[in-house]
Design a protein around this ligand. Structure first.
Ligand code: PMM
Length: 264
């Protein structure tokens, strides 16, 4: 899943693709690199980020999704917590909603996804982006995230979303310290066991920098390590900035996994 942030302030690439033209060019690049899904977002969720109103967010993502839809059959997801933005994106051809609040911030979100027969990524986050990194405390972080995702998936199904349209995501970096992120990657099988495809977004995130000392633009190698480990643990989608490099890393991981299966 290739990331297109149409925002002035995302942590990883804020401002680089803030105009619809620049964002579209970037999306084309990710398609050329072999992305399977393009994820278009118009509101930064970085720690401490301030909310954006729906009209602004819509104006950022809709032109990009509409133009992209005219050029590719690839699934397009819209990274939003607002039903109003999701509805506008689905109307111009998005297939999937990537909701970092798992439908908690807007009561209209899950019914909308059900009504449009769209897919949804339900992500775990502690609190809201403005305050999520203020002393997050967990007992067993994997168990707590698993219980949350199971409950949100149940809420989605109760709202009428088909089980096969539901994806879950541990929300690496969302209300989590480094040890929490590492525990979630180490325990990913317990999330896979919920029975929904798992999405992991570790690309360029802060814990990779704190482990290696790598600045934002030096985080490709640690991001690839995290991607390969997540895939090996059963993640079905990886939300990444560097699609070509991730594909190359996964080609090796997948070849080794296949060889292991052939052996067994
Ligand atoms: N991370 C960010 C934004 N949206 N969505 C999902 N499903 N999972 C994530 O981990 C996730 C997300 C923040 O990263 P960015 O600023 O690089 O987009």
């Amino acid at each position: 899943m290739g990331i297109v942030n149409v925002t002035p302030d995302s942590f990883s690439d804020g401002g680089l693709y803030a105009s619809p033209e620049a964002a579209l060019a970037h999306a084309r690049q990710l398609v050329a690199e072999g992305a399977d899904v393009i994820d278009v977002g118009g509101e930064s969720t970085r720690p401490g980020a301030l909310p954006v109103d729906a009209a602004t967010e819509r104006a950022r993502v809709v032109p990009v999704i509409e133009a992209l839809r005219a050029e590719t059959d690839l699934p397009i997801s819209v990274d939003t917590t607002k039903a109003e933005v999701a509805a506008a994106a689905l109307a111009v051809g998005a297939d999937m909603v990537n909701d970092v609040s798992a439908g908690r911030f807007d009561d209209a979100m899950l019914p909308l996804v059900a009504e449009r027969d769209a897919a949804i990524v339900l992500m775990h986050m502690r609190g809201v982006p403005a305050t999520m990194q203020d002393a997050p405390i967990y007992g067993d972080v994997v168990a707590e995230v698993a219980a949350f995702l199971a409950a949100r998936a149940e809420a989605a199904r109760t709202a009428g979303v088909a089980a096969e349209r539901i994806w879950v995501d541990p929300g690496i970096g969302f209300g989590k310290h480094r040890e929490h992120n590492l525990a979630l990657l180490a325990g990913l099988e317990r999330l896979v066991a919920l029975g929904y495809p798992v999405v992991v977004g570790a690309s360029r995130k802060g814990f990779l920098g704190s482990l290696t000392g790598a600045s934002l633009d030096e985080r490709l190698a640690p991001s690839l390590a995290a991607a390969v480990l997540a895939a090996a643990a059963g993640a079905r989608a990886l939300r990444v900035h560097d699609v070509a490099a991730t594909r190359a890393a996964l080609a090796i991981a997948n070849a080794v996994a296949r060889a292991g299966r052939a052996d067994g």
